[in-house]
Design a protein around this ligand. Structure first.
Ligand code: DGJ
Length: 801
């Protein structure tokens, strides 16, 4: 609920409060954001107001009437340079007279209900019952500028999102150098700033950095959200854990260059800003025109990171993701990429699809390599016609045959790109982002189409529409495989070159909007060389995104866990692949690969035709199991427990004790009504002679009795090497033919977990699972638990009559 009490504004969600007031000088003083407060009128807010009697030394006063304070020592809702505040500004403008001093002061406010999904940029959406809006209008009359600050309050989600719009009401053009989406001033500076940095195949590495003094910046200049620095960031109080302590999460609904900075000033006040990256950005705003900043999302939680993530997950599923697939269970797919890379043909694909059908896959996806003369990554992007040698019957011929097998059919495209070796580049050499007459810095042999140009957007929309309607296509993987270099558009004059990156994002959004509206039934999946463009902007159009090209289960567990801080499980697609893994050459058990992947939008990406029979059989069982628990995993509430990251946090990584920080990963996903749950326990490395381990589920109903069980597995005796001789009456040489034959006939039984107990006992006492193999004996009561092993546990609540 949004209220205005005299000069005070109070924004309440079910469990949080945000408030600010208008200062006597007209700027907006931020007062509070945190757990819900009892506020009846403005008198109740007096403790929140800073008392200023004499201004601090060596500061500039805003004006002669208010000698008690300087803007440098105030918490502000938005700020700019030139009138005393010298911190990260919210807005920067070069005025028509060349000065860059601006001064926005309060004019009026408007409260309305409901929010549209798409305006100039994609954003959150909600009905009149779900969301209220506050628009604060500010003006700089001297420079003839105006600014609107928007606050969108989603009470039942405990989320507030923000945005801003800049207007030029003057007679001459001005250069907008930055317009942030969110500014949040805190009066303390004992916070950690958490970012998720990385690279290709190494996305989402978490870092917690104390913000003590100066400035910490998380930003991208790749033209995309970037795998180098995701735009989701967090702030937390010292000692905040998964289940206790205060923290904040911040998203930007944007898919281009972004910027998040946390700065502590000389008076110990901390400021957070998020928005479009001002680096090399400038936008010419001509008279009577405006500039819209993307929307930013804020979540506060007083009960730790799990509560914050759950608030965000709920909000993203209800008010960001939209369309046919918003709440629909996602199909289990097989993607052809790691099975055959560019070397595809109808014959090969059909062989693979037959195996896929056999194990229970629902959707077959043909990845890269199907169009133009595409034999490798050096040609044909832009020429979206099926290669007749590889696919003699075209897309339609293949899709009909795949459908005939009882599978859905999906394809890969990379619409934003062109190879120089293509018909498209020959026809339109000026359609790319490159500087005419200068050498170009290449990436993956391809160039980026200038999506700021209307005719390029139209080409993408029409060429993709032709592809998507040429066959029975249920799924599209929309890839984007290079980062920007040589920013330049031949369609813009020199003084507008600072607009190229942002205009690209706007053009991309138009293409995505048009195509998802034309093909509402298609399940679109975003991808950018893995997780190079993972953000809420993409999720406004595509309900899921490929999280990383790294399918190694150990790396993936960390990548998925770190995405989960800001994104719901269903938004992150995750696949089981072959071993040795193609990115790390590491071997991990097939079961672990499955168990890690099933905590995302699930699929396989390996050559089923070449796998061992027992592996295919195992996959068949995995798929059947996943189908049973899919709803819980894709739509349930996710809880993180112990983590590989714990070691990094406590400085105890590498400890010799199994239950010590950093060796265990523990996840639980609970159905909406709390009666069903799936848990996973995974370890990095075996700790010898450390048999006892405990799994602590979370989120169960304390007073409901659950059936707790695992899946009974069998293990190949080869996994025990020449230990087979400790039980064999005759000597068996390891890896000999006899060993081989025996391994086909004899399997070792895995352990069983099977009992009933109340939710509170399971959660608070923990489940002391069967002992792990500790070098002193093995039977069906012992957990076969080598390096990188994991277990799934299932909890079925007894519904009371
Ligand atoms: C990068 C993606 O992340 C991969 O999954 C695959 O689709 C390749 N591109 C294809 O070129």
């Amino acid at each position: 609920m949004i209220r205005k009490e005299k000069d005070y504004f109070i924004l309440d969600t079910d469990h949080t409060t945000y408030c600010f007031r208008v200062l006597p000088t007209g700027q907006l003083e931020h007062l509070y954001y945190g757990r819900k407060l009892h506020i009846e009128d403005e008198a109740d807010m007096q403790p929140l107001v800073e008392k200023h009697v004499f201004a601090p030394g060596n500061v500039n006063l805003y004006n002669e009437e208010q000698k008690a304070y300087s803007l440098e020592d105030m918490r502000l809702e938005m700020s700019s340079y030139g009138k005393g505040d010298i911190r990260e500004p919210f807005v920067e403008v070069v005025n028509a007279n060349g000065s860059n001093t601006i001064d926005f002061v309060y004019k009026e406010a408007e409260i309305t209900k409901g929010k549209e999904a798409f305006a100039e940029l994609p954003g959150s959406y909600g009905s009149e019952e779900e969301v209220e809006q506050l628009c604060i209008r500010l003006a700089d009359e001297g420079n003839e500028l105006a600014l609107e600050l928007y606050y969108y309050v989603y009470p039942s989600c405990d989320i507030i999102s923000r945005s801003a719009k800049f207007y030029n009401n003057g007679k001459k053009a001005v250069q907008l150098k930055r317009l942030m989406s969110l500014q949040l001033d805190f009066d303390g500076h004992d916070y950690a700033f958490t970012t998720f940095h990385g690279a290709w195949a190494r996305e989402m590495k978490r870092s917690d950095m104390p913000v003590i003094a100066g400035k910490l910046v998380n930003a991208s200049y790749t033209g995309t959200t970037s795998s180098r620095a995701n735009s989701f960031v967090m702030l937390s109080r010292p000692k905040t854990t998964e289940d206790a302590g205060e923290c904040f999460g911040f998203h930007l609904i944007y898919s281009g260059n972004h910027y998040e900075a946390a700065e502590v000033n000389s008076f110990g006040k901390m400021r957070l800003v998020t928005g479009i990256n001002p680096q090399a950005f400038s936008y010419e705003v001509v008279p009577e025109e405006s500039f819209q900043a993307p929307e930013a999302v804020m979540a506060y939680a007083e009960k730790g990171f799990n509560q914050m993530s759950q608030r965000l997950h709920h909000f993203i599923r209800e008010h960001i993701i939209r369309g046919t697939w918003q709440k629909k269970e996602r199909p289990i797919l097989l993607n052809s990429w790691e099975a055959s890379y560019f070397d595809i043909s109808e014959k090969k694909l059909l062989k693979l699809a037959k195996e896929a059908k056999e194990v229970g896959i629902e959707l077959f996806v043909m990845d890269d390599g199907w169009f133009g003369e595409r034999m490798d990554d050096s040609s044909s992007l832009g020429d979206w016609e099926a290669n007749a040698k590889k696919l003699p019957g075209g897309l339609k011929g293949l899709s009909d045959k795949i459908r005939g097998l009882g599978l859905q059919f999906g394809i890969w495209v990379e619409p934003e790109m062109v190879n120089v070796k293509s018909k498209l580049y020959v026809a339109h050499p000026d359609w790319t982002i490159e500087i005419p007459g200068q050498p170009h810095s290449e990436g993956r042999n391809q160039r980026i189409l200038d999506l700021g140009r209307r005719e390029v957007q139209d080409y993408i929309i029409e060429s993709m529409s032709k592809v998507f309607s040429s066959a029975d296509i249920s799924y599209v993987k929309w890839d984007m495989n290079r980062t920007f270099s040589d920013y330049y558009s031949t369609a813009l004059p020199p003084e507008r070159q600072g607009e190229v990156a942002h205009r690209y994002v706007l053009g991309l959004y138009r293409c995505m909007k048009e195509l998802t509206e034309r093909f509402p039934e298609i399940l679109f999946e975003g991808c950018a060389a893995g997780g190079n463009r993972f953000d809420l902007g993409i999720l406004c159009y595509f309900p899921q995104i490929w999280g990383s090209d790294d399918t190694d289960a150990l790396c993936r567990a960390e990548i998925e866990e770190n995405y989960s801080y800001g994104y719901p499980l269903s938004a992150v697609s995750a696949h089981v692949s072959a071993c040795p893994n193609h990115q790390t050459l590491r071997n991990t058990p097939l079961e672990t690969r499955f168990q890690v992947a099933c905590f995302g939008s699930f699929g396989y990406e390996c050559n089923l035709c070449d796998m061992k029979k027992e592996e295919n059989e195992a996959m068949k069982e995995q798929i059947a199991l996943y189908k049973k628990w899919r709803k819980v995993l894709q739509q349930g509430t996710f809880y993180r427990g112990r983590s590989f990251y714990d070691g990094a946090q406590s400085g105890m990584g590498g400890s010799v004790l199994a239950d010590e920080a950093g060796n265990q990963m523990e996840w639980t996903c609970v159905s909406e009504d709390g009666t069903k749950a799936v848990g996973m326990l995974m370890q990095k490395l075996v700790v010898p002679n450390m048999q006892q381990q405990t799994y602590y589920p979370k989120g169960l109903l304390p007073d409901v009795r659950y059936h707790f069980y695992n899946r009974k597995l069998k293990y190949n005796i080869k996994e025990f090497g020449d230990l087979v001789n400790t039980v064999s009456p005759v000597h068996i040489k390891q890896d000999s033919l006899t060993h081989q034959v025996l391994s086909k006939l004899v399997k070792m039984d895995g352990e069983t977990e099977d009992f009933h107990a109340y939710g509170d006992t399971l959660m608070y006492g923990g489940v002391h699972v069967s002992p792990a193999f500790g070098g002193t004996g093995y039977n069906d009561k012992v957990r076969h638990y080598p390096d990188f092993a994991s277990r799934l546990y299932f909890m079925d609540g007894e519904v009371k009559k």
